[in-house]
Design a protein around this ligand. Sequence first.
Ligand code: NAP
Length: 292
Amino acid sequence: MEEVGFLGLGIMGKAMAINLLRHGFKVTVWNRTLSKCNELVELGASIAETPAAVVKKCNSTFAMLSDPAAALSVVFGKDGVLEEICKGKSYIDMSTVDAETSSRISEGIASKGGHFLEAPVSGSKKPAEDGQLVILAAGDKGLYEEALPAFDVMGKKSFFLGQVGNGAKMKLVVNMIMGSMMNAFSEGLSLADKSGLNPQTLLDVLDLGAIANPMFKMKGPSMIESNYPPAFPLKHQQKDMRLALALGDENALSMPVAAAANEAFKKGRSMGLGDADFSAVHEVSKDSSSKN
Ligand code: NAP
């Protein structure tokens, strides 16, 4: 797997494709907004005009797309992956989607004789840039083993979780926890501020105790400054809460904390914060406290 395709050069895909290039992989890239490929071409990537053209050229193609609709359209749409996938070729979708979307893609690829692996990732922009992602793979075990050299470049640890859907579910559970934590953190920062405490002191106190974590440490200082440069866009976090809640529905599991967090992220989107970092949900807690 030395010559690979890469579809989707957003925040994550760009960093992951750059790491592949830096570690000697020959990479052919495609992005819906083609101009975003230019930076990769300068670093040595080839460009193809459609997903089908990437798959035609490469035996293995990775994808990192925004959501289920994007993941499905890149595979099943015009000039999509399905037009060129065939026996001997493989497709590895690293986007965060629900298990049903992943299964539909898996069935589509299998119907043409191709191999499929889902491999969503835990970790954000910086871990993607540093090759420190955690890869949550499921599907074709042989393909997982073939893809390990590429995963080792993009990530610090890979898990193989069994049948298609398990990677998607694991990723949704992780991000549901993260989204709920971010809301509790935002409300705490707002409550500290509103009740006359110094939020910076709250960060110092949190960092010394049992609930210290890299997310609070990394996001806290910029949240206090109302600064939300997008590492993980809020619209994607809300998508993940929505998909995790649907998984809860399927399993008749009551998840009131996650449901409340989803509402806060929806409110954030309605406030025009969808493209800001998901920590911008802090503006939602500030907004509700300012009305009292
Ligand atoms: P992003 O910066 O918003 O990039 C999204 C990518 O999807 C872009 O390449 C975009 O193309 C493409 N896209 C969107 N709709 C499309 C469509 N209908 N057809 C074809 N391409 C389409 O998102 P990201 O942060 O890189 O995230 C990508 C995936 O990784 C998401 O599933 C996200 O949940 C997941 N993830 C993100 C993070 C993170 O911290 N950012 C961490 C772990 C997992 P254009 O450039 O043309 O818009």
